[in-house]
Write a protein that binds this ligand. Structure first.
Ligand code: PLP
Length: 379
């Protein structure tokens, strides 16, 4: 059996070990140190817009702190894009708040601004104004930033921008992660760059960043003994992980280019295959890092369905995966309100993510296209 082709696997740049060795040499083997500071600075430079970054142990931790800083408390309601990874929604539950799920629209697969406004109006009519909006740039595709921000501003609700999959993506030439009251990044092992596990909170004021770092380091008051007047968390990134991150940021532009080439490869591969649509930017305002390349399959015209293709690829040791199953369809969130027209349910039914790593070779691409053509020919 040939080696497995993964959906998205870590891709080191070369200098990561140098920064880890430096941390050992200087004995900064702790959740603070020069690598953490330099990693934060390099991300601030990369994103632009004068942002302030707090490096954390996970993207999930960044979402949790963003909710806390937006004042989300027990019994509050928070709007969340339904089609996403569960980590977008779980921190809402950590706070004892209730997620209110909203459908996607067909262009970007992200939160629908029309359904969003319907949801806000209806929740307000029922007596509760949502405390925050979690909007996601799924698979690196920017959501409809202007439209979503216009609705959020109209009702004065802060946006938490889940850019965990969208580092390097842009909307109207501005970096994803910089539009909301807070932005969230992830450096989990499968993301476009990794620290083996980690995340960051993107802030717009020093005060917001300092508060995040304070909460992430057990909320220790300024005193010689251990003094606490807030509940704290152990969410800071370690100086070892940040060393990996420094090496990864150096190659981030290359990784974006490589992922975008994978998307082009699939556009070319599927161009004469009826019933298959490759997920691409709706117009020139959108620049996706194409973290994952994805397609939708219309079984009537393609002659195969999403599962036929997924299982066919699995047989030749090539990983592919259905799109994120919407949160309102998940057993754990079945009691949460949902607003929309089930666009995301349809996407989940028809959609498939394909191998997208920046480390895939020409041989890998040949294997992928041979496998796909064979599956379709033998339908
Ligand atoms: C990966 C991911 C997260 C969580 O990030 P972790 O670093 O794994 O905690 C959150 N939201 C989305 C959309 C993600 O893909």
């Amino acid at each position: 059996m040939s080696d497995k082709i993964w959906l998205s696997s870590p891709h080191m740049g070369g200098n990561e070990l140098k920064y880890i060795h430096r941390a050992f040499d200087e004995n900064w083997v702790a959740p603070l140190g020069p690598n953490v500071n330099e990693f934060e600075k390099s991300l601030e430079n990369f994103l632009g817009d004068d942002v302030q970054i707090a490096a954390l142990s996970a993207g999930t931790a960044a979402l949790h702190l963003a909710l806390i800083e937006c004042g989300v408390e027990y019994g509050d309601e928070v709007i969340c894009q339904s089609m996403t990874f569960s980590a977008s929604a779980n921190p809402i539950a950590y706070q004892g708040a209730v997620p209110v799920f909203v459908d996607s629209e067909a262009d970007t697969w992200n939160i629908c601004p029309i359904a969003l406004e319907e949801a806000i109006k209806d929740r307000m009519a029922k007596g509760k104004k949502p405390k925050a909006i979690v909007a996601v740039h799924l698979y690196g595709m920017p959501f409809k930033v202007d439209e979503v921000m216009a609705v959020a501003n109209k009702y004065e609700i802060p946006v938490i921008e889940d850019a965990a999959e969208a580092l390097g993506s842009k909307y109207k030439n501005r970096s994803c992660g910089t539009f909301g009251r807070f932005g969230v990044l992830s450096f989990n092992g499968n993301k476009i760059i990794t620290t083996s596990g980690g995340g960051a909170l993107v802030c717009h004021t020093e005060e917001d960043k300092n508060k995040a770092v304070f909460l992430a380091t057990q909320a220790r008051d300024d005193a010689p003994h251990y003094q606490h007047s807030h509940i704290g968390y152990n969410y800071r990134m370690s100086n070892i992980c940040a060393g990996i991150g420094r090496g990864q940021v150096e190659v981030l532009e290359d990784r974006v280019q490589a992922r975008r080439l994978m998307s082009k490869f699939y556009v070319e591969l599927f161009k004469d295959i009826p019933g298959v649509t490759v997920f691409t930017e709706p117009n020139a305002d959108y620049f996706s890092n194409h973290w994952l390349s994805a397609i939708t399959i219309d079984p009537q015209s393609a002659g195969i369905n999403r599962e036929d293709l997924r299982l066919g690829l699995q047989n030749v040791n090539i990983e592919s995966r259905p799109l994120w199953k919407p949160m309102h369809m998940q057993p754990i969130f079945s009691n949460s309100p949902y607003y929309g027209n089930n666009i995301c349910e349809d996407l989940f039914e028809k959609g498939l993510c394909l191998p997208s790593g920046s480390n895939l070779t020409n041989d890998d691409r040949d294997r992928i296209s041979d496998a796909i053509f064979n599956i379709i020919k033998n339908k």
